[in-house]
Design a protein around this ligand. Sequence first.
Ligand SMILES: NC(=O)N[C@@H](CC(=O)O)C(=O)O
Length: 433
Amino acid sequence: MVFPAVQSTNISRSSQGGHSISQLCGSSQAKDNMNLAKVSQVQSASKCLHQVLRLATLQRANLRSLTVRASVAAPERRQESVSKQSPESLTITQPDDWHLHLRDGPAMQSCVQHSAAQFGRAIIMPNLKPPVVSTEDAIQYRQRILSALPKDTPFQPLMTLYLTDKTTADEIRKAKESGIVYAVKLYPAGATTNSAAGVTSLDKCMAALEAMVEHGLPLLVHGEVTDPSVDIFDRERLFLDRVLAPLLARLPDLRCVVEHATTKEAVEFVRSQDATRVGATVTPQHLLLNRNALFQGGVRPHHFCLPILKREEHREALLGAVTSGSPQFFLGTDSAPHERGTKEAPCGCAGCFSAHAALELYATAFEEVGALDKLEGFASFFGPDFYRLPRNSKKVTLRRQTWTVPDEYPFATGTVVPLFAGRELGWSLQQST
Ligand SMILES: NC(=O)N[C@@H](CC(=O)O)C(=O)O
């Protein structure tokens, strides 16, 4: 299996503006009408959404997708029903972030505290320049992360190795024995930010992959083909068929995470696999935004990430998956900060920074479909269960409190523009004292 390089994407300067989620996710009139018809059928049958939700507990599988569609098609009604049934605060077991880019040096020093304030642990992505290819690199990087935090901060970085054509079985053994490396990341060469040193052919990695099976280290997959002739919106779907399915068939005991799943095909693919073997992380941006958000009134470079935002039907499938209670879907922000000027540029970098408000953003998405009760499993239980680690014991509380996301945060010698910059969020994470 070979991964040819992807062409670069041009991104122009644009300003951030305030738009509601429903504006950014607008669906077609025909679809709205169809969905409104469904809503009215539901309402006449059960009189109010409260009754629908009670019914949904009995017939959850069938009614879940209907509830999601209703919420997208009728935002006003959604607001009304959500506020009736939503709590003022939500206390859950402390979550972890199973997909995080922390960068290095001054950039890392300016962003790591955002994640440490939200999460107990995080899987740290290895796509530095140069990448984290050896156990020794991972040990040193982990030390730099811990040194950037105030002493006794309980945040635990869980390190990963960057798979290359040259990764040896012996390096995998060392990684496992180190006790600080929890997974190995596959970047097809050229697929995304700092992936130039990634894998050009899985055939070259078989010894390392077999060693991962032997030592029980999962493979974390950036699942996009890199063939520049493939439409950017199809790259994840084709990767699953052409690369991941054959790999899983070739190595039946390899465990793997489809990172930042973005499509209904990815949801179906993950669901079709053994739940203890294949999981998926889902980002806040893919739950809250569809591809219209890339072009809302002009090009929006701060909504550009890879895999790219998809159509509304895919966002709905992701919302359905994360609120289904399935242990295969767990929290991974893919928070990927880039200095403002490198995104607002003729060829802007891919990556959304979400660590500043990760839980608040996820709570917003779950509340949109009346599924706040499903947040704790997704955010705090299913990730550690998949990685066979203990769940956290500490609790955190989200309060219903409106705040405005700052336009930017300090980042290295410049600034980073956070997801939802300048917009209001209705939930606020209480800092523990
Ligand atoms: N998600 C992104 O768009 N960018 C990530 C890399 C990645 O995970 O693809 C980054 O490191 O900037």
